[in-house]
Design a protein around this ligand. Structure first.
Ligand code: FES
Length: 129
């Protein structure tokens, strides 16, 4: 699509994309954040006990091969310990929950790399608590 100014609306044509929805534009996020917290003894829920290390390894393996618009970082807890592994786009982006397999990670990274934040959030939703 060519860029230009629509003379009837005064808006620049072709500049908007599906990810221009406020808050869901990939360029508005600084990082994809993964919780890798592990609580010893398995007595308390944690992302580490629910598969975060496997998710971490797969993201770290794929990340250098991709052209992501933000950085990847790990943290210790984002408050969704019992439903992790917890992924979130920051600042203030959607949580991406339920990734367990390499295929899940590939799907999430494919969507994020394409800038389809809304689809990623729909496919990996944060359950209502
Ligand atoms: S342990 Fe991961 S969100 Fe709390």
């Amino acid at each position: 699509m060519e860029h230009g100014t629509n003379t009837s609306t005064g808006k620049e044509e072709g500049a908007e994309t599906d990810t221009d929805t406020p808050g869901l534009n990939a360029r508005s996020f600084r990082a994809l954040r993964l919780c890798t917290n592990f609580r010893a003894g398995f007595t308390l829920p944690s992302c580490g006990a629910r598969g975060a290390e496997e998710v971490h390894q797969e993201i770290a393996r794929q990340w250098p091969e991709r052209n992501m618009p933000f950085v990847f970082e790990t943290v210790h807890c984002m408050g969704k310990c019992h439903i992790g592994p917890t992924l979130r786009l920051v600042p203030a982006g959607p949580f991406l929950m339920g990734a367990k397999t390499k295929e899940d990670v590939t799907r999430i990274l494919d969507l994020l790399e394409a800038g389809d934040i809304e689809q990623a959030a729909q496919e990996f939703p944060a359950p209502a608590l």
